[in-house]
Design a protein around this ligand. Structure first.
Ligand code: OXD
Length: 307
């Protein structure tokens, strides 16, 4: 029984090491050195080549190296019936909550603006921004935690999800028809959704036109949620006052992309929350044992929903 790590373009030595610290007898191979493909029963993936997973006749589990699984579903030639798991980790969730709160405070307190003033030796005190309404798109593990976190910080929080979710002190909406209503009062719109065919391009001109004028967008979901041209137009028109983006359609963001130098866009290089390798290794190992003993897997993805 062998684990394969299939993460092209990544240095995976720390993942191998973390697995071997848990179990020195574990047989771990690193793609493309797969050896006999029929030995592989458990694969840890991030951005694998389309069709590759079909080549392992005894594959029993596909484990995402992150919380997101859209990188797996974009493979149109996935082996059918092989369960998929994702990482659910309270540290990863906490990092995301802190990121979202940090971006909102940065915007409200104009900290980036003052850094720019400092660089030009300009003394220009301004009032802090007052907007206090946050709408979270996506109320899964991370969205729910962000809702609770921001509520404790004194924000008025609403949330939108595909299916109904109830969270104390949070006004929740669900279903496509209520999306416009959910965001209509928001000063901050935060995308924490999984990327699926239903949510692709959800951040588009229709959504921006329903937002409060001058709302601020935070996208920590996926680049595929955002229609980039629609955002540029909404910023130009002043319908949206700015955006903080952590995820992009093409990563790394190409050098000539207009987002790099846009005065109303603040960006970070997909670092809002990062998989903790030791935590991930612990979850992979637990599921590897579950697979061997025919027990239910933890953090299994609902393949029909795509997350
Ligand atoms: C993830 C990510 O899905 O890092 O965990 O984007």
């Amino acid at each position: 029984m062998t684990i394969l790590i299939l993460m092209p373009d990544r240095n995976v030595s720390e993942v191998v090491q973390a697995l071997n610290v848990i179990d020195t007898d574990l047989e771990v191979r690193v793609w493309p050195d797969t050896g006999d493909k029929s030995d592989i029963e458990f694969v840890i993936v991030w951005d694998h080549p389309t069709g590759e997973l079909k080549k392992y006749p005894n594959l029993k589990v596909i484990a995402s190296f992150g919380a997101g699984v859209d990188h797996i579903f974009k493979d149109t030639d996935l082996p059918k019936q092989v369960p998929i798991t994702k990482i659910v980790d309270k540290n990863l969730t906490r990092q995301m909550c802190e990121y979202v709160a940090g971006v909102i405070f940065n915007h409200r307190l104009r900290l980036t603006e003052y850094s720019e003033f400092q660089a030009a030796a300009i003394w220009a005190p301004k009032e802090a921004r007052q907007g206090n309404n946050v709408c979270l798109l996506g109320l899964g593990n991370i969205g729910r935690c962000a809702a609770e976190y921001l509520t404790v910080l004194g924000f008025s929080v609403s949330g939108w999800s595909q299916s109904r979710k109830d969270i104390e002190n949070v006004t929740t909406f669900h279903g496509e028809k209520s999306l416009g209503k959910a965001i209509s009062d928001a000063d901050y719109i935060v995308c924490l959704l999984p990327l699926t065919p239903n949510t692709e391009n959800i951040l588009d001109k229709t959504l921006f036109s329903k937002a409060r004028k001058g709302a601020y967008l935070i996208n920590v979901g996926r680049g595929g949620h955002l229609n980039e041209d629609d955002l540029l137009e909404a910023l130009y028109q002043g319908q949206m006052s700015g955006a903080c983006l952590d995820v992009f359609r093409t990563e790394p963001l190409p050098d000539d992309h207009p987002f790099w130098r846009h005065p109303k866009i603040h960006l970070t290089p997909h670092t809002a929350s990062l998989t903790d390798i030791d935590q991930a290794a612990t979850q992979f190992y637990e599921n590897y044992q579950n697979m061997k003993d025919n027990r239910p897997l933890i953090n299994q993805v609902d393949v029909t929903k795509g997350y």
